[in-house]
Write a protein that binds this ligand. Structure first.
Ligand code: TYM
Length: 371
C-alpha cells in the first residue's frame, strides 16, 4: 500500500512532493528560475518564496519565448462540484498574479461535464449551477475583464468539441488506462473527458490562428491531464503546454489536503465568517496535551494546520511568519491565542472576498465565453 496517492480524483496520505517530482517526471523550480521570474514580476510572490509553487514543466521555455517577445496565455480551471474552498483559491490567486505581471490572457475552464460524469449522484442542473457560483469566486480574485474568458464545457461545447475530438483521436485507450487508471467499470464519458480538459491548451492557437505558448497554473493533482496533452501537441502542430504546479493547502484536521468532502475541516468562500472562525477554533494543531506541557516543550508548527494557514495564505510577511513559528516552538504562543489570531484574519478575508463576490454578479456575463 503506497504511503500517499495523488490523482486528479483523489489525494490521500502525507504527500512527499520530492517523490512526486520524480514519479510524475516534472522539474523542481530552482533558484535560477526564481531569479528569472523575479526579473519579470518584481519581488517574488509569497507562493514562490515559500516553495508552495514548487514544480514545473517548460516554465524556462515559457520565459525564453516571453523574453524573445512572444506572449503566452494562461489556462486554468475548476470542476464545479460544490462551493469554492480556500485551496482552490491558491492557483487562482497565483494565476491572477501571473496575469498582472505578464499581461497574459486567461482561459478558465469550468468542467461541469467532468463532475456530472465522474460523480454518480450529481445531476447536470447541479453541476451547471455551481459553474455560476464558482465563476463569482474566480472574478472576485480580481482577474481583468477583457483578458479573462471563463467558459462552461456545456455552454461552449461547439468550439470545445471540435478541438477535443482532434486530441482524442491521438490518445489510445491503452494510454488513457495507463495514465488515469480507467477500468471496465468507468463509464465511457469519463474515458473521453481527458481530451476535453486538454482542448483549451490549444484554444488561442486555434481561435487566433497563431501558435501561442500556454502556461497552466494548478495544483499537482491535475498533472496527469497534461501528459497526454503534451504528447498530442506536436502531432496537431501546436506547442506543448507548460505547467507550474502547487502543493495542497491542508485541511483543518490531522493531515490530508483541504477537501470539500470534509466540510468541517474545510473553509468555503461562502462560509459565514463566524462559522469559519468556529472551524478554526476546532482545528487540529501541533499543540501539547495541556497548556503547561506546551509552555515547557513548545508546539510543533510542522504538523499544525493553523500554522499551515498562516504559511499558505494568511501571513505574507516572512519576518512575521518566522516570529509566529519561533513563539510557537518556544512555548510562548499557545494554540488558543494562535487560532484566535488566524480566525480574525480569515474572517476579514472572507468578508472582503464575499463583498467582491457579490459585486461579481453584475459583471459575470461579461467574463463568460460562449459559442
Ligand atoms: P478542482 O475543481 O478539483 O480544483 C480547482 C483547482 O484547485 C486546485 N486545488 C487545490 N490547490 C491547493 N490546495 C488544495 N487543497 C487544492 N484542492 C484543489 C486544483 O489543482 C485545481 O487547480 N479537472 C479540474 C478542472 C480543470 C482544471 C483545468 C484545473 C479543468 N481544466 C486546468 C486546472 C487547470 C478540477 O476538477 O479542479
Amino acid at each position: 500500500m503506497p504511503k500517499f496517492v495523488v490523482t486528479p480524483w483523489e489525494v490521500r496520505g502525507r504527500v512527499d512532493y520530492e517523490k512526486l517530482i520524480k514519479q510524475f517526471g516534472t522539474r523542481r523550480i530552482d533558484p535560477e528560475l526564481l531569479r528569472r521570474l523575479e526579473e519579470h514580476t518584481g519581488k517574488l510572490h509569497m507562493f514562490l518564496r515559500r516553495g508552495i509553487f514548487f514544480s514545473h514543466r517548460d516554465l524556462d521555455w515559457i520565459l525564453d519565448r516571453y523574453e524573445a517577445g512572444e506572449r503566452f496565455y494562461l489556462y486554468t480551471g475548476r470542476g464545479p462540484s460544490g462551493h469554492t474552498h480556500l485551496g482552490h483559491l491558491i492557483p487562482w490567486m497565483f494565476t491572477r498574479h501571473l496575469q498582472e505581471s505578464f499581461g497574459a490572457e486567461l482561459y478558465f475552464q469550468m468542467t461541469d461535464d467532468e463532475k456530472f460524469l465522474f460523480r454518480r449522484e450529481m445531476s447536470l442542473e447541479e453541476a451547471t449551477s455551481f459553474t455560476y457560483e464558482n465563476a463569482l469566486d474566480v472574478i472576485a480574485c480580481g482577474f481583468e475583464r477583457g483578458k479573462t474568458f471563463i467558459f462552461s464545457d456545456l455552454d461552449y461545447a461547439k468550439t470545445l468539441y471540435r478541438m477535443a475530438i482532434q486530441v482524442a483521436k491521438h490518445i489510445t485507450f491503452s494510454t488513457a488506462k495507463a495514465v488515469f487508471g480507467f477500468t471496465n467499470e468507468n463509464n465511457i464519458g469519463t474515458i473521453f473527458f481527458p481530451a476535453v480538459q486538454a482542448a483549451p491548451c490549444f484554444f488561442p492557437s486555434v481561435l487566433k490562428g497563431k501558435n501561442t505558448p500556454c502556461l497552466i497554473p494548478a495544483a499537482i493533482d491535475q498533472d496527469p491531464y497534461w501528459r497526454p496533452s503534451r504528447d498530442v501537441a506536436p502531432k496537431l502542430g501546436f506547442y506543448k503546454p507548460a505547467q507550474i504546479h502547487c502543493k495542497f493547502i491542508p485541511g483543518l484536521g490531522k493531515g490530508g489536503k483541504m477537501s470539500a468532502s470534509e466540510p468541517e475541516t474545510c473553509i468555503f468562500t461562502t462560509d459565514p465568517p463566524e462559522l469559519a472562525a468556529k472551524k478554526i477554533m476546532n482545528a487540529f494543531t501541533g499543540g501539547r496535551g495541556t497548556v503547561r506541557e506546551q509552555r515547557e516543550k513548545g508546539g510543533e508548527p510542522d504538523v499544525c494546520s493553523v500554522y499551515g494557514y498562516f504559511y499558505f495564505l494568511f501571513e505574507d510577511d516572512d519576518g512575521r511568519l518566522s516570529e509566529i513559528e519561533r513563539r510557537c516552538r518556544s512555548g510562548e504562543l499557545i494554540c488558543g491565542e494562535c487560532k484566535a489570531m488566524l480566525a480574525e484574519r480569515v474572517k476579514r478575508f472572507l468578508a472582503e472576498h464575499q463583498r467582491r463576490r457579490e459585486k461579481a454578479r453584475d459583471v459575470v456575463q461579461e467574463f463568460m465565453l460562449r459559442d
